[in-house]
Unconditional design. Structure first.
Length: 726
């Protein structure tokens, strides 16, 4: 069957109460995708219409979630009056499979890292109005790259999530992670997902669920009334902070459970950051922005020139002339098809990054419709200089901000939407991810204003100003008339950072049960702030010429970066968080390489394909077939080092042994060749996939000549090479 003349269904992966999930081929892109479609067994009538409406609500909600830990939505449509949803296809293994190889529990630091990423993804889903309702190890996939994906969102729970269990065990397996309110048939919200996450993390740490039982009745009774066991009593090296958090997450009542799970998990495993200057950027850059896919870096300089760079090589790939004044702000549209720039020449411009051509020139001259709030800058000759540009999260509107107000534009054509907010001075703007909530700062005020953009007829936006501070807090961010220069939301909208004069940097939680936090360190005004894509780091820069990186969980300063010769005017993280780009009032910009510890993921490869345990069993057999001697005993020691989680030490031992093996039995002997393949696999387990791929690629011709293409050792190297190249 083919959907929309494009998606060819190949294999059904699972079926739920309402929908089916298929593996499909996207004919236009030539790639495999996952297609979720309403089941064809529904009979015409009210039930079918309700199912369609529910499915479409799921499509709408899924389209609003963008997070590295959640499968991306690629497309949607209808086929024979049945709605369907196209998602990226996940190829990896679930946490049940990972745990099967470590039945006594995974390393504590691995579980904390996994838990923080899962909690981050769930928080993003909750912010979009989605409750997973079935969080458990089999619904979390680990990709060969080390990424994780939370699977099976929405109402259709797939049968393959519990494949291999009897019907009674399937029921118990699902019950093992369900919150009490789910079992009681009560109202379910995101706190139920965090209860299920606690059950999942408990199992990953100890090898057992917190409430095991021989039958469903026992399991339900324990969820409803039994106190959860102390995790540290089962495994002493678990930190007390993690043990306490799991007990809090397993609270019987939703109100007893924490909502800041990601932050508390990260506090259980403090991070360190090392940063080095990757390369300088030539020119007089004063603003910077990454494209959503990270393949382009845009800078705007004080002469009005915009440049596009390859962020990997730091090579300028295009110059975009047009502005006649300094460029103070840049922003890519969410889909990356447009670049907006704002300049002191009183214009904004829209560019097509693909063709490197200007699309439209936007001015701040005319006034059509407004909301008025008196301020002190009437008659200011700089009132129409554009300080900030921002796209709405859905990409359907472009906003430009100046001391004279905010204007609204069509994001593709640049046509004015005949809407303006007048007499609200704007220095910077930021949208809360996944919402229409806008925060702005001003040169003339010490408050961060929170706006809400209502969708009106014809898709037009209309603004409504909420006076006061951020969220529910009326706190001022400083003395009256002291300006605020920068504002940024965290990647999932849970917190907002603002920077102002006299080194003031404040983080505002978007939750009424938390208070703002002041971060002290800058000696001059803070001019730029940005959160890392995973929300673990906050970067700030200002007039002291120093960039500071902060741990958002602990509010500690991790590192200060020096290298600029003037005020730091703009900073931004790359989409993968590995590069930080910054500009200054001196000459040029800088790209910084970031190394964050603990590494994510730690030694990897509880996930490699083919599975290391299977491959190593064959490779070890080839070596140990030589019989007991000093060489094979040394190999056994190295193998044990790898199994104990120290692949670097194992690699050192293996490289020391290899010359003696080759001298003893020959370089083309299966044992010698197997050791060299082991080197590649253990390089992958140490996290160096590029080096593993290079080793396998160099070795593969020798294996084919010496052993033949069908030999298991040759196949192991070929399969490993295919995996590591991904």
């Amino acid at each position: 069957m083919e959907l929309a003349g494009r998606y060819r269904l190949e294999k059904r992966l699972g079926r739920g109460g309402m929908g089916e999930v298929w593996r499909a081929i996207d004919a236009d892109e030539g790639r495999a995708v996952a297609v979720k479609i309403l089941r064809s067994t529904w009979l015409p009538g009210p039930d079918l219409e309700r199912a369609k409406a529910r499915f479409r609500r799921e499509i709408e909600a899924t389209s609003q979630v963008s997070h590295p830990a959640i499968a991306a939505m690629l497309d949607s449509g209808d086929h024979d009056e049945r709605p369907f949803l196209v998602l990226e296809l996940i190829d990896g293994e679930d946490l049940n499979e990972v745990l099967a190889r470590r039945p006594d529990g995974l390393p504590v630091e691995v579980v904390i890292d996994l838990g923080a990423r899962i909690a981050d993804g769930l928080a993003a889903a909750h912010a979009a109005g989605i409750v997973h309702r079935d969080v458990k190890p089999s619904n979390v996939m680990v990709l060969p790259t080390g990424e994780i994906k939370i699977c099976d969102f929405g109402v259709a729970h797939l049968e393959d999530a519990t494949a291999g269990l009897s019907s009674s065990n399937t029921e118990v397996g699902t019950l093992a992670y369900m919150a009490p309110e789910q079992l009681d048939g009560g109202q379910v919200d995101g706190r139920a997902d965090f209860y299920s996450l606690a059950c999942t993390l408990f199992e990953l740490l100890t090898g057992r669920v917190p409430f095991p039982g021989a039958n469903p009745v026992t399991v339900i009774a324990m969820h409803l009334s039994a106190h959860p066991p102390n995790c540290r009593s089962l495994r002493s090296e678990i930190p007390e902070s993690l043990d306490r958090l799991l007990l809090d997450m397993l609270g019987k009542k939703p109100d007893d459970r924490p909502t800041d799970v990601t932050r508390r998990l990260r506090e259980c495993l403090p991070i360190t950051v090392a940063a080095t200057i990757r390369t300088p950027l030539d020119g007089l850059a004063s603003a910077v922005a990454f494209s959503p896919d990270g393949t382009l870096l845009a800078t705007g300089d004080r002469t009005g020139l915009i440049r596009l760079w390859d962020p990997v090589t730091a090579v300028c790939v295009a110059d975009l002339p047009g502005h006649t004044g300094p460029v103070d702000s840049l922003a890519f549209s969410p889909d990356g098809t447009r670049l907006a720039s704002g300049s002191r020449d009183r214009t904004a411009r829209l560019w097509d990054p693909a063709t490197r051509q200007a699309v439209a020139k936007l001015g701040h001259a005319s006034l059509i419709r407004w909301i008025r709030r008196p301020v002190r800058h009437r008659g200011d000759p700089r009132r129409n200089e554009i300080n900030s540009v921002a796209f709405t999260p859905d990409g359907q509107c472009l906003l430009t901000g100046s001391r004279g107000g905010i204007r609204f534009w069509h994001p593709v054509t640049g046509r004015s939407l005949r809407l303006r907010v007048q007499d609200i001075s704007v220095r910077s703007m930021a949208f809360r991810p996944g919402t229409r909530r806008l925060a702005t700062t001003s040169d003339y005020s010490s408050s961060v204003w929170s706006w809400h953009l209502n969708k009106a007829g014809g898709g037009m936006y209309s603004p409504r100003l909420h006076y006061g501070g951020v969220s529910q807090y009326p706190h001022s961010l400083g003395a009256p008339l002291r300006p605020l220069h920068a504002v940024a939301f965290g990647p999932h909208g849970s917190e907002l950072a603002s920077g102002g004069s006299e080194g003031r940097l404040r983080v505002w939680p978007m939750s009424p049960d938390r208070f703002p936090v002041d971060l002290d360190g800058h000696e001059g005004a803070v001019l730029a702030v940005d959160f890392s894509p995973d929300g673990r780091l906050l970067a700030s820069g200002g007039r002291d010429g120093i960039i500071r990186l902060w741990d958002t969980a602990s509010a500690d300063q991790l590192v200060s970066l020096t290298g600029h010769t003037g005020d730091v005017t703009s900073i931004t993280f790359s989409p993968d968080g590995a590069i930080l780009a910054s500009t200054c009032s001196g000459r040029g910009g800088l790209l910084w390489s970031l190394t964050i510890a603990p590494r994510r993921p730690p030694p990897g490869t509880e996930r490699a394909r083919p599975r290391p345990s299977m491959v190593e069993e064959h490779l070890a057999g080839e070596v140990l077939a030589l019989g007991p001697n000093a060489f094979t005993d040394g190999f056994a020691v190295a193998r044990e080092q790898c199994h104990e989680g120290d692949p670097e030490a194992a690699l050192t031992s293996l490289r020391d042994l290899l010359p003696y093996f080759e001298e003893s039995v020959g370089a083309d002997h299966p044992a010698s060749l197997s050791i060299r393949v082991c080197v590649a696999y253990w390089q992958a387990q140490a996290g160096d996939l590029a080096e593993a791929a290079a080793t396998a690629e160099q070795l593969l011709p020798e294996l084919e000549d010496a052993l033949g293409p069908a030999h298991p050792t040759t196949q192991a190297a070929r399969q490993g090479l295919k995996l590591w190249r991904l």
